[in-house]
Design a binder for this molecule. Structure first.
Ligand SMILES: Nc1ncnc2c1ncn2[C@@H]1O[C@H](COP(=O)(O)OP(=O)(O)O)[C@@H](O)[C@H]1O
Ligand SMILES: [Mg+2]
Length: 217
């Protein structure tokens, strides 16, 4: 895996993520109105505004770990709700994954997502099919790991992650919520797409766009 993703490219990814979430605020709110308390769009937009502020100026030669840690702190305080600590934990744990200092290769990017997912799962105790953001992230990370093991190119690995994330997000429509606020609705949660699974999908969508475009693909 020759291609390196630098801290600067991770910054571009998260700026693209912030922009995508802000564009989709009303959509996320609508999803959380159906099966939650209608604040996921607002929570995420508030977090993304803080994140954009944090990322406004590029810090020269910042290492990947401290970058991800500072993203985590910004999200924990900025998003709020259930999702704030969960996204925060994702990035805090991602920050402990192996790096080459101020860059990571595709193996390490995959590990970064894996560490983040495992941390989030330990924190929120949700399993696959509980109708949460795990339903997007787990298949996406597994698809990356499988594509990597099959020696696929970075572009294919990133496309596989996006596609699996998309399928996982859509799968949340079919299932009953067993975690978070939507679980209070029991079977009435069926037929609605999970808001957190939707905001999590944009992480993989923008990663595929940005890392493929910037030469890592
Ligand atoms: N235990 C959990 N593990 C993983 N994700 C969860 C968990 N609980 C809730 N979520 C996610 O959080 C999303 C709701 O976020 P948000 O509306 O911002 O917070 P709140 O539920 O406090 O209103 C859900 O759609 C779901 O994806
Ligand atoms: Mg909510």
């Amino acid at each position: 895996m020759g291609q390196e993703i630098t801290t600067s490219q991770l910054r571009k990814w998260l700026l693209a993520y912030a922009a995508r979430i802000i564009e989709n605020e009303a959509h996320l709110t609508k999803l959380d109105t159906a099966i939650g308390d209608a604040d996921h769009g607002v929570n995420m937009r508030r977090g993304m505004s803080k994140l954009k502020e944090r990322l406004k100026e590029e810090k020269q030669s910042e290492d990947v770990s401290s970058f991800l840690r500072s993203v985590a702190m910004t999200l924990i305080s900025g998003i709020g709700g259930a999702a704030g600590p969960l996204y925060g934990t994702f990035f805090l744990r991602a920050a402990t994954s192996p790096t080459n200092g101020s860059s990571i290769d595709l193996v390490q990017l995959t590990q970064m997502f894996r560490y983040g997912l495992d941390g989030l799962q330990q924190r929120g105790k949700a399993q696959a099919d509980d109708k949460t953001m795990i339903d997007t992230m787990q298949p996406a990370v597994e698809a990356m790991e499988a594509a990597l093991a099959a020696h696929q190119s970075p572009a294919v690995i990133l496309a596989a992650a996006r596609q699996a994330a998309h399928l996982g997000m859509k799968h949340t429509i079919e299932i009953e919520a067993r975690k978070g606020r939507a679980s209070y609705l029991g079977p009435h949660s069926i037929g609605h797409q999970d808001p957190g699974a939707t905001s999590a999908y944009f992480l993989f969508e923008t990663a595929a766009e940005v890392f493929t475009k910037t030469g890592a693909g």
